[in-house]
Design a protein around this ligand. Structure first.
Ligand SMILES: Cc1cc2nc3c(=O)[nH]c(=O)nc-3n(C[C@H](O)[C@H](O)[C@H](O)COP(=O)(O)OP(=O)(O)OC[C@H]3O[C@@H](n4cnc5c(N)ncnc54)[C@H](O)[C@@H]3O)c2cc1C
Length: 395
């Protein structure tokens, strides 16, 4: 008799959401997390939630983003959990004529597909966000983009799962995983063994080492993301803020495996920028994405580049000091596509990961899609794009 119907390894936004949605289906769920809930990337990210709406023909990205906004909203408004969610809207700053032309065409295409984005003239940008530089050529405005506190949001999903009967066990590091002859899996921790009918890997950047315990090669690598914060300041930034520079650069050359890095083999290929002001007044910005092994020590040179970039968009930031910096590890899939679904060739083995640099905003729906698939046995059609088949291999 298994201890639990479904065992989830990893208490980030993906695992917490999967636990919540499986518990909502009435399944017996246990989640093992080696630290606290949200002690990985889900606790240290910028809290920016990406959505441009479902569009006319929603693909996987639309499901993950717009679907997650619906879940965040429900957590804040219907379940009584204050996760600091607000639909703030977002501005993507345009610095050059080339970026302007690129954004103009992109916005036209997105609007033709029913997405909610707008190209704003400098004057309109400044009336939405008074602190922005008068030198910007404009901005892409996305009214549906939102923000929330990442740690609170992830913990809220785990709390909601617990309320529905899920067992959430923190300080439980999985050090061994093995299929059982009778079916299902046994997971070893320092506290003992947990036996489960089905196993869900939701270990973010650590999916590789977990897969290795099962003799699998999971094509996800850790990519370091880093941020800096000012001391609390009076309300001065109202949307989430980004820049078109990286979007344009990655459109021209996404790079190799994994794609969409800012620094490749030690050399900078683009600057990247995202940030917002938290409810407590801290202004937080970040951007770099670099393969730096398992290091979570921020690179000071990258922080300075990012500060300069942020001040080009919001000049008043140049006058604010940095109160703290931090870094975390993002789960980057080598081919750029999420991994959500059943691992082929194995009995009842599942994965929800590879959410890369936007997994906070996409994690809630990723967990739900996985939970619905596991519970019903039928994948949502959009999951074809995230199918682990042919991507996760035997070692
Ligand atoms: C600096 C930074 C800024 C970011 N900004 C944004 C943003 O603004 N918007 C956005 O959408 N995304 C952002 N991201 C990306 C986002 O944080 C991640 O994509 C997302 O949090 C991944 O969630 P996850 O649940 O897959 O992984 P994680 O949150 O990393 O969770 C994996 C969990 O597995 C646990 N684990 C690992 N191994 C074991 C084991 N052996 N036993 C038990 N537990 C284990 C870990 O402790 C961890 O808690 C940012 C990331 C960083 C680092």
């Amino acid at each position: 008799m298994p201890d639990t119907d479904i065992l989830i390894v990893g208490g980030g936004i993906a695992g917490a959401s999967a636990a919540y949605h499986l518990a909502a289906h009435g399944r017996r769920v246990t989640l093992l997390e080696r630290g606290e809930i949200a002690s990985g990337a889900s606790g240290v990210n910028a809290g920016a939630i990406d959505s441009i709406g479902w569009g006319d023909r929603p693909d996987l990205q639309a499901h993950l983003t717009a679907g997650s906004v619906d879940i965040f909203k429900a957590v804040q408004l219907d379940h009584g959990e204050d996760i600091e969610f607000r639909q703030s809207g977002a501005l993507q700053a345009i610095h050059t004529a080339e970026q302007y032309e690129f954004e103009r065409a992109r916005i036209q295409t997105l609007r033709a597909r029913g997405h909610q984005v707008e190209l704003l003239a400098p004057r309109d940008v400044r009336s939405l966000e008074p602190g922005v530089s008068p030198r910007l050529l404009g901005a892409m405005y996305s009214p549906l983009r939102s923000q929330a506190d990442p740690r609170r949001a992830t913990r809220a999903l785990a709390t909601l799962a617990e309320r529905l009967g899920a067992r959430i066990l923190t300080s439980h590091e999985v050090s061994g995983l093995a299929p059982r002859p009778a079916g299902g899996y046994a997971a070893r921790t320092a506290q003992g063994e947990t036996v489960a009918g089905a196993l869900v890997i939701a270990a973010g950047a650590w999916c590789g080492p977990l897969g290795a315990l099962l003799g699998l090669d999971i094509p996800i690598v850790p990519v370091r993301g880093q941020m800096w914060a000012t001391p609390p300041a009076p309300p001065s930034i109202f949307q989430t803020i980004s820049s078109a520079e990286s979007q344009h650069a990655w459109h021209l050359d996404p790079g190799g495996e994994p794609p969409f890095l800012t620094i490749r083999k030690g050399a900078r290929v683009t600057r990247h920028l995202y940030g917002r002001q938290r409810r407590d007044g801290e202004i937080i910005f970040g951007g770099d994405r670099e393969e730096a092994g398992w290091s979570t020590t921020p690179d000071p040179a990258g922080i300075e580049v990012n500060r300069g970039h942020a001040a080009e968009v919001l000049p008043f930031l140049a006058g604010l000091r940095v109160a703290r910096t931090w870094a975390g590890l993002m789960p980057f899939p080598l081919d750029g596509k999420p991994l959500i679904g059943r691992v082929p060739g194995r009995d009842n083995l599942w994965i929800v990961s590879g959410l890369a640099s936007s997994g906070f905003g996409r994690g809630p729906m990723a967990g739900k899609l996985l939970a619905d698939y596991l519970h019903t046995g039928t994948p949502a059609p959009v999951l074809a794009e995230a199918d682990p088949a042919g991507r996760i291999r035997e070692r």
